[in-house]
Design a protein around this ligand. Structure first.
Ligand SMILES: Cc1ncc(COP(=O)(O)O)c(C=O)c1O
Length: 414
């Protein structure tokens, strides 16, 4: 067997393939941009905004979609519109990007971290229930990497305790739980169209909901607090400017063309990987769940067991894997969000009126993923052919075989 590239061997692929490049434009995007350029409407709430909002609402199986500036302000607007703030607690997954937490704090509420199920990388329902207090108002579930959280269990908990369930669907464009699309499962769903996302316009976001009153309030809030559908200088409620420009909406409508084909390709790649990974004792795929009828696979999360490879560190394993040019792999959210300095600032105390207590040591599932086992592949890796996917497995096997040598050669790095 050839040596790993990191030890001077020939990499499995001479260079990274073209399908790793992201975002990738569809031709129709040029049309949309040209249309906007000559429309005289370069701002917002014009025909491109309307076209995209109705197209994306239909795609998410919701009555309404509100395009906004990004997938962070979308969450903050949802909390504010639902009057979740000072004195309230929101239970949230700790295995997430900072925006899920920032938005809760900026609304004035206290984030409370339930544990992550290491077999799914999403919220553990049992832990959610354990973290409910008289102050809990909502649960923010994250569909990590496009994999829906256990909606049956978490929705049942929310109903039992009269809590509002909100979806952070930043990764989950087109994912489904029992054939119901993400973004339509909770009271509201929040999407991101930032450059790395499966559906992208550079920077952008959207809120989806079936609740018409909530949608109308959100519309007002994202349009400087003007009354629903109104323009001008009357501002009955507090709001901000979170409107998404026509350019981005035009690009999004066009880019939607490739969403379903890409999902199909990624799901095929993921099931091939799931199967092949079973032959590599030092890796495990996420638990299968038949209730997930579609997965956008923004990420392909998996676990690395260093103890089954003579202690070869996760960092070094991934470095060696990336050197083979077959994938983009990384350690994911390896610094737990509840240890980030932002939660221990004076600003935090001023905004929430409370001091944050570090839950380190109480969330073993999340600690396991963060500190040692959690890894993921970026979605572009899954857009290749079956052959491309098998090359990832070949590369991992090669590293497995040379684990001892790698450890010796890079002893000073780990
Ligand atoms: C889980 C999650 N939520 C929210 C966001 C925020 O989205 P945006 O970057 O559009 O503000 C992201 C962005 O990466 C994310 O990964």
């Amino acid at each position: 067997m050839n040596k790993p590239a990191l030890l001077g061997g020939t990499p499995v692929l001479a260079k990274r393939p073209d399908h790793f490049t992201w975002p990738r434009p569809v031709d129709a995007a040029y049309e949309g941009l040209k249309r906007t350029l000559h429309s005289g409407i370069w701002g917002t709430l014009g025909p491109e905004n309307e076209r995209f909002a109705s197209k994306y609402a239909a795609y998410c199986h919701t009555k309404h979609c509100l395009p906004v500036l990004n997938g962070t302000i979308s969450l903050e607007l949802i909390f504010r519109a639902l009057d979740i703030g000072w004195g309230d607690e929101v239970i949230v997954s700790p295995y997430t990007f900072s925006a899920s937490v920032h938005s809760i704090v900026l609304a004035g509420a206290m984030p409370v971290f339930a544990d992550t199920d290491p077999e799914t990388f999403t919220l553990s329902p049992a832990s959610v229930e354990e973290h409910i207090t008289p102050r809990t108002r909502a649960i923010l579930g994250v569909h990590l990497g496009g994999r829906p959280f256990d909606f049956d269990a978490i929705d049942a908990i929310a109903r039992k305790h009269s809590l509002i369930l909100i979806e952070d669907a930043a990764h989950a464009h087109g994912s489904e739980w029992r054939s119901r699309r993400c973004g339509s499962l909770g009271r509201a769903g929040s999407f991101s169209f930032q450059a790395s996302k499966n559906l992208s316009c550079g920077e952008g976001g959207a809120i989806t909901t079936n609740d018409t009153a909530l949608y109308e309030k959100l519309w007002s809030m994202h349009h400087n607090g003007r009354a629903y559908t109104q323009q001008g200088y009357d501002h009955p409620i507090l709001g901000t400017d979170a409107r998404l420009a026509e350019w981005q909406c035009a690009v999004l409508s066009a880019q939607m063309e490739r969403l379903d084909g890409d999902i199909e390709r990624r799901m095929r790649s993921a099931s091939l990987l799931d199967r092949e990974i079973e032959n590599l004792p030092f890796l495990s795929a996420c638990k299968k769940d038949e209730r997930i009828t579609r997965n956008s696979l923004h990420l392909y999360p998996f676990r690395y067991h260093s103890d089954r490879l003579g202690g070869l560190s996760r960092k070094l394993f991934l470095k060696a894997l990336n050197a083979e040019n077959v994938c983009f792999a990384d350690e994911g959210y390896c610094d737990p969000i509840y240890r980030m300095q932002m939660l221990y600032t004076e600003d935090f105390a001023r905004l929430t009126g409370r001091i944050f207590r570090d839950p380190s040591g109480e969330l073993p599932g999340n600690e396991l993923l963060a500190s040692s086992e959690g890894c993921w592949l970026q979605h572009t890796t899954l857009l290749g052919s079956d052959e491309d996917i098998l090359r990832i497995v070949e590369a991992a096997a090669r590293i497995g075989k040379y684990a001892e040598e790698l450890q010796r050669a890079f002893a000073q790095e780990v």
